[in-house]
Design a protein around this ligand. Structure first.
Ligand code: 5GP
Ligand code: ZN
Length: 111
């Protein structure tokens, strides 16, 4: 399948890895939108949160994202976890991913 994030999972495309286990992979975003910008993805291809039917996997991704925010030192300052979905959500890679953003004050609502 021609999916950038599947290629990151196999190593065909390199990434700056933060964490990996049997279910997921976390790495830094190549176009950081904040001083800390990481992504957590399932190793198995899931197109978006709409197609994610495994509650256990969803919970695991969220828990790993939270742990990465902590290990990146964002607990005190705060951070944001984001799942862009579909056209209006601004999803540009059709492989489920949670953004971990922090290290600066983030505007709300998003543009
Ligand atoms: P989306 O816009 O789909 O919510 O987020 C996709 C994210 O993936 C973007 O923040 C983009 O910078 C990041 N991205 C796209 N291609 C690559 C890549 O090859 N490597 C890494 N590390 N991040 C990527
Ligand atoms: Zn994929």
């Amino acid at each position: 399948m021609d999916c950038i994030f599947c290629k990151i999972v196999t190593g065909e495309i390199s990434s700056k890895k933060i964490f990996e286990d049997e279910l997921c992979l976390a790495f830094y975003d190549t176009a950081p939108a904040a001083p800390v910008h990481a992504l957590v993805i399932p190793k198995q291809h899931v197109s978006s949160v709409l197609e994610a039917d495994d509650e256990g996997l969803l919970g695991h991704l969220l828990s790993v994202a939270r742990d990465i925010a902590k290990s990146e030192g964002l607990s005190e300052s705060g951070f944001r976890l984001v799942i862009n979905t579909g056209k209006d959500g601004g999803q540009s890679v059709n492989h489920l991913h949670i953004h971990i953003l922090g290290g600066r004050s983030l505007a709300w609502p998003p543009g």
